[in-house]
Design a protein around this ligand. Sequence first.
Ligand SMILES: [Zn+2]
Length: 173
Amino acid sequence: MKKLPVCKTCLDTLCYSCQERYDQGYVTQFDMDLAKDLLDFEEGDFPELKTASFYNAIDVGDIVFLVVGIGDTIKFSPELLLKIQDLYLIPNIVIIEKSSVKEMIQELISPEILLGVNQIYLPTMESEYRINISDPEGAIRERGNIGSHRIPLESLEKACSLMIRGITKVSFS
Ligand SMILES: [Zn+2]
């Protein structure tokens, strides 16, 4: 694997910066377990993983999104995904290639339309993303889920936060 959610040497004992991201919730136990599995798999039946990157997993109930490197989708073959699904009892896995915040959020909520992403700097020096989604008739809010993956609205902010590793607030207009 080229890149993993934590440094390769951190899979057993986290370094300071990985520990910090773990404490903030941006790296999960599942990320680390899966990272270890992928390293095992590349030594076994999936040597193509040697040049692949895995950034993080976003667990949204019945679906897990895996953020992978640009052009790496093909390396996460159907056989590999089935293996992961069996191992962790995940009904669906959706692969998203790492790209800009805007592009990843758009993919998450597709075919709904993302109107804008703003990164706001708070007085505490932290930043937060405000994302605005088109819903002029209120249909999404009425339905309670979003996009072709039917992400429950109550999970949306968390899913976005994990995906882009930053606090995210969602609004509709
Ligand atoms: Zn580390």
